[in-house]
Design a protein around this ligand. Structure first.
Ligand code: SF4
Ligand code: SF4
Length: 337
């Protein structure tokens, strides 16, 4: 299996990484089977988070006997040093291990630094000294925080959204990580469900300029796993057909299309902007049932409560008129229902 060197960590991970968020939605038995199948077919990198309910526990159940043969990253959304230690102890327990290869700050709104008032980075350094974590990483959806983290030189890995729909500014983050010799872990390689052609997504990531990029694919079903494993045996090439697919998606998903990045959040009216502002696309490009559930109907209804404060609009890096986009998506949603 093709390997990726994760920057200065010197860890060698499989080009196909396993994103373990979706295994929350399947039983423990199914999850253990899926994880072990992935491992025995060459996937050696698994990414989870304290916030993904029982995902860590399922990884622990699958790999307690093979722990030293694989690389695990998890995340903490702690806001204080006290929460950090609590999360770390819990993750070690659930994962049935005494160390975590990459411990990441989970999408913080700021870049934790030594000596800051939260004490988060100092706690991570101490945990590293104690051998509980091997490398310190950060995940983010915000361009400014990502750039600050890279410039700080404090982090060994960056996890950031990246797919063939990435904007120039996102591609710049990938390049900056390469220059800084930081591992780049790509989340949302299928753009949160908007990209359907996984072969095109894989071929895009496999290009030589992205040799340092380690995508983690969110996997819930065996057929999804089989798809990615098949690309190791028969790697899809970015030839005419797949390139046309990418060009078509880029064309269709341009203009006032919401990337789902979440830079504009939180919203004071509690609107889940990163999904609600692209609902029309999700309904047409992803299985519809889940988006039409009573839970999602209630989330969409919150758009009625938009106060037009324009906070989101000011923060959107793509220059979108977010409140207008939300209204448009809500109208379409009601018609669709
Ligand atoms: S304009 Fe509406 S959607 Fe945007 S932040 Fe304000 S309340 Fe939320
Ligand atoms: S509206 Fe803009 S900032 Fe908000 S999720 Fe969509 S693309 Fe990102």
């Amino acid at each position: 299996m093709q390997k990726v060197r994760l920057g200065k960590t010197e860890l060698e991970v499989s080009k196909n990484g396993f994103g373990a968020l979706p295994i929350q939605r399947i039983s423990k038995k199914e999850a253990v089977y899926l994880l072990q199948k992935a491992f025995y077919h060459g996937i050696n990198y698994f990414d989870t988070a304290r916030a993904y309910s029982d995902s860590e526990e399922k990884l622990g159940a699958a790999f307690s006997y093979t722990r030293d043969k694989l690389i695990i990253s998890t995340k903490t959304a702690a806001q204080t040093a006290e929460e950090f230690w609590k999360d770390l102890d819990e993750s070690l327990l659930k994962l049935q291990t005494d160390y975590i290869d990459i411990y990441q700050f989970h999408n913080p709104a700021f870049c934790p630094k030594p000596g800051d008032e939260t004490g988060l980075y100092d706690a991570a350094l101490k945990a590293k000294e104690q051998g509980k974590i091997r490398h310190i990483g950060i995940t983010n959806h915000r361009l400014a925080v990502a750039e600050e983290a890279i410039a700080s030189g404090l982090y060994e890995t960056m996890q950031f959204p990246f797919s063939y729909l990435a904007a120039e500014a996102d591609i710049r983050v990938v390049e900056l990580c390469k220059e800084a010799d930081m591992g780049f872990i790509a989340m949302k390689g299928l753009s949160g469900g908007l990209i359907h052609n996984s072969a095109a997504a894989f071929a895009f990531m496999a290009q030589p300029q992205y040799a340092h990029v380690a995508p983690i694919w969110g996997i819930q079903k065996e057929k999804e796993l089989d798809e990615f494993l098949s690309y190791e045996v028969c790697p899809p090439v970015l030839a005419k057909e797949l390139q046309a697919e990418i060009d078509g998606d880029r064309k269709e998903l341009s203009g006032d299309f919401c990337r789902g990045c979440g830079y504009c959040m939180p919203c004071p009216a509690g609107i889940e902007i990163n999904n609600c502002a692209r609902m029309s696309l999700m309904l047409r490009r992803a299985p519809q049932e889940a988006w039409l559930s009573p839970e999602w109907q209630a989330k969409m209804q919150k758009i009625d409560g938009c106060m037009h404060c324009n906070k989101c609009k000011k923060k959107c890096p793509y220059g979108l008129d977010t409140p207008a986009l939300l209204a448009k998506n809500y109208e379409d949603y009601k018609t669709f229902l």
